[in-house]
Design a binder for this molecule. Sequence first.
Ligand code: FES
Ligand SMILES: [Fe+2]
Length: 342
Amino acid sequence: MQYSIWDKDFSAWLIAARSEQVTKKKVYKRKLMKREIVLFRNKDGEVAALKDQCPHKGLPLSQGHMRDGNVVCGYHGWAFDVSGSCVKGPCLNPNETCPTVKAESYTVKEQDGWVWLFWGSDEKVLAEGPPSFPQEKEFKWFELEREIKAQPHFILENSFDCTHACFVHNTYFRNGPVQLANAELKETDYGMHVQTREEDGRKVRITKYLPWKGKEVYHTDEYFKPFTAYVNYHFGLAKHRIILTCSPEDENTTRVYTRTGIQAGPFSSISAWVLKYLTPVIVAEDIEAIEGQARSYSEQGGHYGQMKDADVPAVWMFAIYRRFFENRETDSYRTKQIQYRL
Ligand code: FES
Ligand SMILES: [Fe+2]
């Protein structure tokens, strides 16, 4: 069902870019929370985010270029530094001082290979800084970035909706339902933690391709308010992590940053190589489902139907998401055990 965050007043750190996308040579243009922004680095490598509009006569700064660590507007050559201050106006009367007008700037922080932008006004959230998702060295990591035509909750809920994998991902991943899964749900101060154990991992299609087939399959799925899902899969001896963060662009579009890590002992590099090609295929299957669902509710209206045990993790995640945006935070956290076929 539809749920809008656009009339809500909230504070959070949002991913504005991957670190490697922001350089000293070229401005990086991005839309975030309906704002057009440009990101760049100064000579010291410090990152900045400015509104993509020159404060002189409105030309998008993204139509300009970089020089000496400043962004130079393409219309009359005014140059702006990382704070948005004008540091040069080439055509000024020699008696005039540099314009004091500033390009609007945003607070950004680079962490764990992402550039996070602070959205909102809550000083506490600002002081806490972005959530930390370090890339542990024993894992091989790769990144994926996609624009999805759906609101963030549809995308996040998908991570907590395990049974879709039996149907949406029945080519490479799952061939189920083939067994029972037992899940333990816990609401937490940061969001939610779900641990799911599968009775017989040997029956799951993907385990057939692994050299240590026959070992247990279990996964923990965590929700970090407001926009991150963190999925840890254990396939026997292999560990597979996906950190998925939604970055809203406008009412219809969400940019999704996905970081995948694999640890499979001596097979880590080869597994990461295979997954790097396989993951976009699996993600495309999710996108098709999510965009179909979002389009249907947006054009036809309607609500979710009857929720069964297998739907509880996604239902809880959505409830916690709504509480966050409606400022209805609580400190009494629910727990629950569920069982369903997977
Ligand atoms: S519009 Fe940017 S310098 Fe004039
Ligand atoms: Fe999926």
